[in-house]
Design a protein around this ligand. Sequence first.
Ligand code: NDP
Length: 313
Amino acid sequence: MIRILFADKPENRPRYEGPLTRAIAQTGIVAEIVQPGETDPASVDYIVYSPQGPVQDFTPFTRAKAVLNLWAGVERVVGNETLTQPLCRMVDLGLERGMVEYVTGHVLRYHLGLDATLAAQDGVWRHDTGVPPLARDRSVVMLGLGALGRTCAEALAGLGFKVTGWSRTPKDISGIDCLSGPDGLHAALARAEILVSILPDTPGTTNLLNSETLALLPEGARIINPGRGTLIDDDALLAALDAGRVGHATLDVFRVEPLPPEHPYWAHPKVTVTPHIAAESRAETASEVVAENIRRGEAGEPFLYLVDRSRGY
Ligand code: NDP
């Protein structure tokens, strides 16, 4: 029997208990799922982890074969010096589909000019100015072509948008114009009528969207950021919004969460704040990923979605 520590916040345990138990049983592994405080840390084989949970010090978990993060983002654990075990992040179907729906919804809001439509319910028939362009005439740029960015880029291309993707390393994805590196970033930004950023928070992405890079965008570009708050220099974005360089921004993630009520984003007429709801790991599908990684660990096979701690994602 192996021992699995469920180290998410306690209120999430009921949501995961059934799915995790079922998913592990399906692998044929006999396991006991315990909570922090219920067992000797030195007897734990795997830690199912979330940064909102109680485990900060991994030192006592001397037997643990892996830390299995329930989140896609690892910025709150990747630098933890007590962590010597392999760290895996979450790539989950529920997370992926949630992100696709959030991103396509907000891209279509901008593309179709839905805000103007909603504001124009005033008895005036504006046929001549009201027909939106086709998606094929709209350039959307995706920063980040990982598990989430790539799936969103492909979904947008499937709707007919002209999609450009940008990543650290070169990629070849059917239907997406793939760019990489600093030159690629400049070229991508210059064509971004709608810019979507699904990058991780790492030293290499901090303030990637700053006064210099925002100045490369076409006048009135729209920004959607469900990646991380640190990707954007907030003062630079506010200045670009005020100057009209950026037409509107939809922001799901922030340097400080919850976003404080007095933050200028809340009151800004060109900003939509969403409360970090773009995508969430779903217990049913995330449990299958956790169970598969435990099966791999027990079989001596390589883990899925292993984090490269030197690059930070
Ligand atoms: P992945 O690790 O699969 O992909 C990351 C992508 O970012 C890769 O394409 C990578 O390039 C690229 N990248 C990383 N660093 C750089 C850099 N310095 N320059 C250019 N490109 C870079 O992550 P996911 O797609 O699974 O998730 C992305 C992020 O989405 C998460 O880290 C998290 O912050 C955020 N997220 C937000 C949620 C929300 O609800 N708002 C929910 C879930 C995730 P390469 O391919 O070359 O390695």
